[in-house]
Design a protein around this ligand. Structure first.
Ligand SMILES: [Zn+2]
Ligand SMILES: [Zn+2]
Length: 448
């Protein structure tokens, strides 16, 4: 980013903050605050909260996996129709597009994701998920262990709040329920199904995500804010046989074990240590019994990076290590599938600067924190940005600050973060902050 652009942004941020402080202080009579609706939002959210709480707990107890979010999508569609949105379903599979036209003005998109994860919830909460489903041919538990249910409740509350405030802004709201965020494929599916051709192309877009930080806290970045994500699937082929006669076999378990450790040398010895890159093998399947050497072993994993050149280096290294691990045992060439996933997410400087100033004004500057370190996670919200929509993706904290502090003590209970079976957002303050923050962010892009 050129230095002068950065300086300009800082100047306009300073100017915006000055305008806000004038508006909020003694000059309030003569100089309106940039967001006169800000103080109207919390009472509206308090009044609607019981409904949002019931919706949240219902969604939490009934999670669905990527591209199978039919009950979830139907629930969101019905709620949005009741609020007054014009709703189209089945966009990109199970996606939902809800439009609310309120005169001439910008089109602002708000995304929620809808999918849960193939894992067992162990929170013990009264509304914990017991759901099970088929996952790639196997029976699996399903749980909202990434907080996408908090996103949906916040999304519904934001729609309701903005409609309640419709006399105070002009423009079009485009609220979308995106399938399959966890598999980093739902955003592309919606785009391929005409999201920005059958419906208006937004002037700005927002998405929020839960984070294992104290509820009430907002985090955001300018520029690169999440990682490139690629999936790997490798099938090592051996020759099966009796466990007592290994010399008559080619053992793919040994090949897989060698690969799992060797591949980390790509990260530690080939990649520049100053650059971010991760290779994780998250699943290994092979074998049925202790005395049988199987024919094949399948590994699945994820490869993360920020920069395109690091991404290429990791992908090439994974492939080379897989080939080498098989060759070392004299095995046939493995089947190596490297599936491109989401691109790194790049927040727009102008959209973020305006929204961050409004968020600090509404929620308190101490609660709205700019991070200079991108997340190592990935997010296919980046697909909408790369389709040409200047955007802001931000995080909302969902945990109790006391639990976070206790986990930092020696011997403290480890913090249950996103994707932990114990991940348990505190619903009321998390959802209320989600609605408040998202409403303020949207209003900032609507020029209010
Ligand atoms: Zn997740
Ligand atoms: Zn997520």
């Amino acid at each position: 980013m050129p230095t002068h652009a950065h300086t300009f942004a800082l100047r306009s941020l300073a100017a915006a903050l000055l305008a806000f402080s004038l508006g909020a202080g003694a000059g309030a009579q003569t100089q309106p605050a940039a967001s006169p609706q800000a103080s109207a939002i919390p009472p509206l959210v308090d009044a609607m909260y019981p409904r949002l709480d019931a919706l949240y707990k219902d969604l939490h107890a009934h999670p669905e996996l990527a591209f199978k979010e039919t009950r979830t999508a139907a629930l969101l569609a019905a709620e949005m129709r009741a609020i007054g949105f014009e709703v189209t379903e089945k966009v990109g599979g199970t996606g939902v597009v809800a439009l609310y036209r309120n005169g001439p003005g910008p089109v602002v998109m708000v995304r929620t994701d809808m999918d849960g994860l193939p894992m067992e919830e162990k929170t013990g909460l009264p509304y914990a998920s017991q759901a099970r489903t088929d996952w790639g041919g196997r029976d699996s538990f399903v749980a909202h262990s990434c907080g996408h249910d908090i996103h949906m409740a916040s999304w519904l509350g934001t729609a309701r709040t903005l409609v309640a405030l419709k006399d105070q802004w002009k423009g079009t709201l485009m609220f979308i329920g995106q399938p399959a965020e966890e598999t980093v494929s739902g955003a592309k599916a919606m785009l391929a199904d005409g999201l920005f051709t059958r419906f208006p192309k937004p002037d700005a877009a927002f998405a929020l995500h839960t984070a294992p930080t104290p509820h009430g806290a907002i985090g955001y970045g300018i520029g690169i804010s999440s990682s490139n994500s690629d999936a790997l699937e490798i099938v090592f082929k051996g020759r099966g046989g009796h466990g007592s006669r290994p010399h008559t076999t080619i053992d793919p378990i040994v090949i897989a074990a060698r690969f799992v450790t060797d591949v980390q040398a790509v990260v530690s010895r080939e990649k520049d240590p100053a650059e971010f890159g991760v290779v994780t093998i998250g699943a290994i399947q092979g074998g049925t019994a202790g005395n049988i050497i199987p024919d094949t072993v399948t590994l699945r994993g994820t490869i993360r990076s920020y920069k395109p050149q690091v991404r290429e280096q990791l992908l090439a290294g994974v492939r080379r290590m897989a080939m080498a691990a098989a060759a070392t045992s004299g095995a046939p060439e493995p089947v190596v599938k490297l599936v491109p996933g989401g691109e790194a997410l790049v927040n727009d400087e102008a959209v973020v600067t305006r929204a961050a100033a409004a968020l600090k004004q509404a929620l308190g500057a101490a609660q709205v924190v700019q991070s200079t370190v991108p997340s190592t996670g990935s997010e296919d919200f980046s697909a909408f940005i790369n389709a040409g929509v200047p955007s802001m993706y931000f995080t909302i904290g969902v945990l109790d600050a006391r639990d976070i502090a206790a986990s930092a003590q020696p011997g403290g209970k480890p913090l249950a973060r996103n994707h932990s079976p114990f991940f348990a957002p505190v619903p009321e303050p998390s959802i209320k902050t989600g609605v408040h923050a998202m409403t303020v962010a949207v209003l900032s892009a609507l020029g209010r």
